[in-house]
Ligand binder design. Structure first.
Ligand code: ASP
Length: 314
């Protein structure tokens, strides 16, 4: 699958990512990435069947992201990375392209599926972003599923924390592996939606909020332009307001999606950022691009079979 593929027009479409990163590194030992591809396929099936049945893009992105949050393979929900205190603080956001409604949570603990909590913030409150204990209180009030540290623990993530602590004295070696998850969808009614969920960066300080919780940075959707979900070095993605930047280039600049993304990634590189995006425009055209070695990604559409990809030329 080309890194900025074009599927042509579709009545519905879904694309997702499971993070971008480097070829080297502890997370990337299995070059075939069989398990990650299988998890992406499950998420595509879950979200795709909603769209095929005439369901909404919002439901599709939420469900697809939930599947990836429940997988220990990606840095979201169950597979979230550890912060510097050896704990998990989760960020997620979701956006409805119809009327630019949005919901997000940041630095929230214990919530198994932060994307569903973000959706609840959007649907049930007048706020856009709830953080920390306030977000957890809403999850409790709604009876969302909570879990203790065992659910979120994995040896692999703990080792990554130890490695990151050891490397902290070498600030010239910034993180190069990102496995945040995200999804974008277009439904049969022509509505776009985007969703992103993450554990953030390994060894981040408690209270740190990344791009995945911020509308316009990690997530954006507007029916008049496109839906975007990003992954990568969050501070750079925030400074670049990358998701909104891409949507603005499409909406106001008249650029096609692939051109808008390429320009945004060039700017990201200039400021020292690493990462990738998945995006989908109002005509059902999907585009992926990244300035890292690889990005876990997948797509399915009304007229296109399910496909997953990892390397640039997959
Ligand atoms: N963008 C995420 C963050 O900085 C990390 C990732 O993409 O994996 O929180």
């Amino acid at each position: 699958m080309q890194h900025s593929g074009d599927i042509g027009r579709s009545t519905w479409a879904l694309a997702l990512h499971g993070g971008a990163g480097s070829a080297r590194g502890t997370d990337r030992d299995d070059a075939a990435h069989v398990e990650e591809r299988a998890a992406l396929a499950l998420a595509l099936d879950a979200g795709g069947s909603i769209l095929a049945d005439g369901g909404s893009s919002l439901d599709a992105v939420e469900v697809a992201v939930r599947v990836l949050e429940d997988s220990p393979l990606f840095n979201a929900g169950r597979g979230a990375v550890f912060n510097s205190a050896g704990e998990h603080e989760l960020d997620a956001s979701i956006m409805d392209g119809r009327l630019l409604r949005a919901g997000a949570v940041a630095a929230v603990r214990e919530v198994k599926n932060p994307i569903t909590l973000a959706r609840a913030v959007m649907d049930l409150t007048t706020e856009v972003l709830l953080v920390g204990d306030g977000a957890l209180a809403l999850a409790r009030r709604l009876g969302l599923e909570l879990a203790g540290p065992d659910w979120f623990f994995s040896e692999r993530r703990w080792r990554a924390l130890e490695d990151a602590r050891a490397a902290a004295s070498r600030p010239d070696e910034p993180p190069r592996d990102f496995s945040t998850v995200g999804a974008v969808a277009l439904d049969c009614d022509g509505h776009l939606a985007a969703a992103t969920s993450t554990g953030g960066l390994t060894n981040k300080p408690p209270g740190r909020v990344g791009d995945s919780a911020l509308i316009g940075a990690g997530t954006y959707a507007s029916d008049v332009s496109c839906a975007v979900s990003a992954t990568g070095s969050g501070e750079h993605l925030i400074r670049a307001t990358i998701a909104r930047d891409i949507a603005a280039a499409v909406e106001l600049g008249g650029y096609d999606l692939a051109t808008a993304i390429a320009a945004a990634l060039r700017r990201l590189r200039v400021i020292g950022g690493l990462g990738g995006v998945v995006a989908l425009d109002r005509n059902g055209r999907i585009a992926f691009d990244f300035n890292t070695d690889l990005m876990f990604r997948g797509m399915v559409a009304a007229d296109q079979p399910r496909r997953t990809a990892v390397w640039r030329d997959d």
